[in-house]
Design a protein around this ligand. Structure first.
Ligand code: ZN
Length: 250
């Protein structure tokens, strides 16, 4: 680290849990963020500000006026532009030293697998079950830690699936595919703006901890937020031995 970096990250380095080694781990790390919307905005901004060296961010959408109520990485002058272009501009302003790799497409198939394989940590900031399950399958295959988040109305949830660990649950253990879980989207149901901020920021915190290797992550727990009552609950998760996604990997 040069003098500028030692100064820029001094409030991290002061923390004994992080120190120079932890900050260097962040600088050397590559994070993959899928979704540059309400969750991806704070997640990407905190990772960039905190010094994660390379941030790949994937989204095929463009910035819409209805996004601006909560997707704080995008500003009014970016309406109509690709979200990943807006993301790159915002993240570059925050931290010109961070390498931002915009991926302007819906990541799926081999491209998704290749990006997951290159990442040290994967943040699922998407908004639909098909994408969530595809990300989970790629993370199981490549044994990558997955930080999952979701938010709708006044409710949010976050979980970590540290698939580097042999006994860790996967997303599919928790939400099996094909059980017809009702797909609810912000576009139809509405979402209270700060909820995506709280959950996306929680995802950033967990991703940083996974890279640094400090503290206790949300691995094995699902954190649930009732934003109307402002109450948090935590549910313990176990691996489903019959899970069709992760049991074959063991
Ligand atoms: Zn599983």
């Amino acid at each position: 680290m040069n003098d500028d970096q030692l100064l820029r990250y001094s409030r991290h380095i002061l923390l004994p849990e992080i120190d120079v080694e932890g900050q260097q781990a962040l600088l050397d790390a590559r994070a993959l963020i899928i979704g540059a919307g309400g969750l991806g905005s704070p997640a990407a901004m905190y990772l960039a500000a905190a010094g994660v060296g390379t941030i790949a961010i994937a989204d095929d959408d463009t910035v819409d006026l209805t996004n601006l109520q909560r997707q704080i990485m995008h500003s009014a002058d970016m309406v109509g532009l690709p979200k990943v272009a807006s993301a790159r501009a915002t993240l570059h302003r925050l931290n010109p030293q961070a390498r931002i790799e915009p991926i302007q497409r819906r990541l799926e198939g081999e491209a998704l697998e290749a990006e997951v394989a290159r990442a040290d940590v994967v943040l699922d900031c998407s908004d639909n079950f098909a994408t969530r399950h595809a990300i989970n399958r790629a993370c199981v295959l490549h044994r990558k830690p997955l930080v999952s988040g979701a938010a709708i109305r006044f409710d949010g949830q976050a979980a970590v699936f540290d698939l580097r660990q042999p006994d860790s649950a996967c997303y599919h253990c928790l939400f099996p595919e094909g059980e017809d879980i009702e797909e609810v989207r912000c576009a139809v149901m509405g979402v209270f703006a700060p909820i995506v901020g709280i959950i996306g920021t929680t995802q950033a915190a967990e991703a940083l901890k996974l890279i640094i290797g400090c503290g206790r992550t949300l691995d094995g727990r699902l954190l649930l937020l009732d934003g109307l009552a402002m109450e948090w609950r935590s549910v313990t998760l176990g691996r489903d031995p019959g899970c069709t996604v992760c049991s074959r990997a063991h």
